[in-house]
Design a protein around this ligand. Structure first.
Ligand SMILES: [Zn+2]
Ligand SMILES: [Zn+2]
Length: 138
């Protein structure tokens, strides 16, 4: 059952927000706002870059889009289909996806203890990948 707040949020979604969400949702990977802007253009769904940013902000607050900031400072957006867990190398920037969720029970506990509705979580460990450990130490 949808709460009244949820219904209001849905009806308030603008056409550009819908476009942005639909394209983001069809992609199987996280993407930068710039690349999403290009992707929209390719599909003849042209939306201004500033509008793409605003739409992503609104969708993020709605809990349907998640953002991940890379070591380079670039933000990657993805539709909120799954929690994300990564091992990220500080030298080459490669990320390895961790399949299992190590904090699933913690999430439930936090929701109960703080009466907080958690939409999603991200977990990222930083360090050096196997390859870079060899090159950096030389
Ligand atoms: Zn590396
Ligand atoms: Zn998780």
């Amino acid at each position: 059952m949808l709460s009244p707040e949820k219904l209001i949020m849905k009806s308030e979604r603008t056409r550009s927000q819908e476009k942005v969400f639909r394209v983001l949702n069809s992609l199987n990977q996280a993407i930068s706002a710039q690349d999403l802007y290009i992707e929209l253009k390719k599909r003849n769904q042209t939306v201004g870059l500033a509008t793409v940013y605003r739409a992503l902000e609104a969708l993020k607050r709605e809990g349907v889009v998640q953002v991940r900031t890379l070591a380079s400072g670039e933000s990657l957006y993805s539709s909120n289909q799954a929690d994300q867990h990564h091992l990220t190398c500080l030298n080459c920037g490669n990320s390895i996806i961790i399949d299992q969720c190590p904090v699933h029970t913690l999430e439930k506990k936090l929701e109960n203890n703080h009466n907080f509705k958690i939409y999603y979580h991200t977990l990222e460990f930083f360090g050096l990948c196997n390859h870079c450990q060899l090159t950096v130490n030389q």
